[in-house]
Design a binder for this molecule. Structure first.
Ligand code: COA
Length: 330
């Protein structure tokens, strides 16, 4: 049995936060943001929308496009750094309840922006071992809930959204997830971190006063390591699979910063037409970034059944991951 990405779906909240809006909030400019990041706008969830609400909407689309009954789903995994609840229940359980899928294995993973590709690795293993047949993966983020909108180093970069996919068992190798590489280096944990409100600095007035519940980032250091790691990771997965960059139909990188994507793309000689770019309109949506990008390309009619996608992502931890995935949907 092989694991196949059978469908994709996504949801972006309707409220748009533009660079012009941010100019009124922090000392920045539309010109600076666009030149340094390629981002023009990002979406922000409504105050009564939680991460699970975004994930549920994306999941419903993925389930419908997969042409399966929700009762056929035997595992739900959600990747998020902005869960509905800090400890429990997991956002996967909340989404399962909203979808009315009861009595199913469901759990969250924490791998920051690499979450979706990490989940592909898990889904591949569950399906190839014969343990599961139809797995719902959701990358969902209400990152605006952990962003300090007075910190110009982070608030310009991130946005809210969700993407989902159904991974199903197939006997057809031409529709399979070929390979997934996932790795980490915890020595860089402090470079991209939400320091407070976990067990190390439990939530208190002091933690909140010091804004330790928000994302802190050493942006320029993250940038340099991201470019190097993403490039090496792509070279590695292509070499291990005896593939040349020309074999790739769609290069779908994590949408953190256009300059990071461009550096990796140019180094590997992927044509721009084969590169999927959504960073201008959504910013960095962390675990939702890759499935939202796949969905955009799918809805534009760019992705066809059997096409080979190369996914590449990097995030807090540090974590990183790449995957070679044939599109198994209609
Ligand atoms: N508006 C205007 N100026 C800003 C600014 C903003 N929003 N943020 C920083 N600056 C200033 C800095 O203060 C600095 O000024 P100085 O030269 O007077 O000291 C200058 O711009 C350059 O700062 P630097 O941090 O070196 O910029 P950069 O080119 O590295 O761009 C990021 C900053 C955050 C856009 C970039 O580092 C980045 O994208 N990092 C990776 C982020 C990422 O991918 N994170 C998630 C990983 S999943």
């Amino acid at each position: 049995m092989y694991a196949s990405l059978k469908s994709i779906g996504s949801y972006a909240p309707s409220q748009i936060l533009t660079n012009a809006d941010l100019e009124k909030m922090v000392d920045t400019s539309d010109e600076w943001i666009e030149k340094r990041t390629g981002i023009k706008e990002r979406r922000i969830a409504a105050s009564d929308e939680a991460t699970s609400d975004l994930g549920e909407k994306a999941a419903r689309i993925a389930i419908e496009r997969a042409g399966i009954e929700k009762e056929e789903i035997d595992l739900i995994i959600c990747a998020t750094l902005s869960p509905d609840h800090l400890c429990m229940p997991s956002t996967a359980c909340v989404i399962a309840a909203k979808l009315e899928i009861h009595n199913v294995m469901a759990f969250d993973i924490s791998a920051a922006c690499s979450g979706f590709v990490y989940m592909l690795s898990l889904a591949k293993a569950f399906i190839e071992s014969g343990a599961k047949k139809n797995i719902l993966l959701i990358g969902a983020e209400k990152i605006s809930s952990v962003i300090d909108y007075t910190d110009r180093g982070t608030c310009i970069l991130f946005g809210d959204g969700a993407g989902a996919a159904i991974i199903s068992a197939t006997e057809d190798k031409n529709l399979a997830i070929l390979d997934v590489h996932a790795s980490s280096d915890g020595r860089y944990g402090d470079y991209l971190i939400t320091p407070g409100c976990g067990s190390k600095f439990p939530c208190s007035q002091e933690t909140l006063d010091n804004k330790l519940n928000y994302i802190k980032m050493r942006g320029n250091d993250v940038y340099k390591i991201a470019v190097k790691t993403l490039t090496n990771d792509v070279i590695d997965i292509l070499e291990k699979n005896n593939l040349d960059a020309s074999a790739i139909d769609h290069f779908i990188p994590h949408q953190a910063n256009f300059r990071i994507i461009e550096a990796v793309r140019a180094k590997l000689d992927f044509p721009i037409e084969k590169t999927v770019l959504t960073v201008a309109k959504y910013g960095n949506t962390s675990a939702a970034s890759i499935p939202m990008a796949i969905n955009d390309a799918y809805e534009e009619g760019r992705i066809q059944k059997g096409d080979l996608m190369l996914l590449d992502t990097f995030g807090g931890g540090f974590t990183w991951a790449s995957a070679l995935v044939r599109f198994g949907g209609k």
